[in-house]
Write a protein that binds this ligand. Sequence first.
Ligand code: GLV
Ligand code: MG
Length: 336
Amino acid sequence: MKLPRNFYRPLALGAPEPYRELPTRLERMIHFIPPHIAKVRAKVPEIVREVDVLLGNLEDAIPADAKEAARAGFIEMVQSIDFGSTGLWVRINALNSPWMLDDVLSIVAAVGHKLDVVMLPKVEGPWDIHYLDQLLAQLEARHCIGRPILIHAILETAEGVKNVNDIAAASPRLHGMSLGPADLAASRGMKTTRVGGGHPDYRVLADRGAEGTVRASAQQDPWHYTIARMVDACQANGIKAFYGPFGDFADEEACESQFRNAFLLGCAGAWTLHPSQIAIAKRVFSPDEKEVAFARRILEAMPDGTGAVMIDGKMQDDATWKQAKVIVDLARAVAA
Ligand code: GLV
Ligand code: MG
């Protein structure tokens, strides 16, 4: 059995038995499209070459009277397009909605053999994952689908955040988890109408200066706490964490900064809702060349991953060797 990708203990020291293999696909952006719009579907063959993952959205942002058209449009699109090595995902409607059951039944029956991941919104606890897990197992058996369709949970309710560790451990079918900042803001009673990103009033002030001086302030990231909890829960269970949507398409700088916070904290990718965000995600979730060059020097300076060396005046040891390996492994995956 292969070692999980996040197991970085040097082989020379002997590796314990891994408990499961991790998904190795590069998934820097999950690109959302509304499949009920024919004009959008027509552009998919082109978009598919640009993105790591293409997702057909059936849930929020699709009007109630277009739910069936979105489902049918998704099936038609999947049947008529070659996705090559691009990941193919669908976001179904919530478990308690009138559409969810038909979403799963009809999509798995029609295109289950091409589908990689079902994204499940508003996951509150492991019981939600168990339900979809069993349903997918039944449908895979019925339709003779030879490889498991994975589940991706959206973390977007206060109850879900409370149960994040149990959700991450709920099933070997779990691919990963995404932060859903819009629904989570509503669920928590946060006072914002934004979809992700910062808020000008969520900031700290510098200490009071002399009379008449302007007090400096810096905006804080309101999503830091949840992203960090989600990353810990995911990494502890061998699955991937993702930042979700950034709604202000015109502010590319702010989008990049939110994505970068998530990348630095351990996320593998983010959602892109607008084509302009694809290049941003690609740039942010691929490691910086200078970082990669420095990380390679650490690995070369400590071939068996142990000991301590100084590089450019900075101390390196077993722990920084593991940090360097995270960056070099990602650079290799990007180059492959
Ligand atoms: C995504 O679904 C969100 O609610 O932010
Ligand atoms: Mg949501």
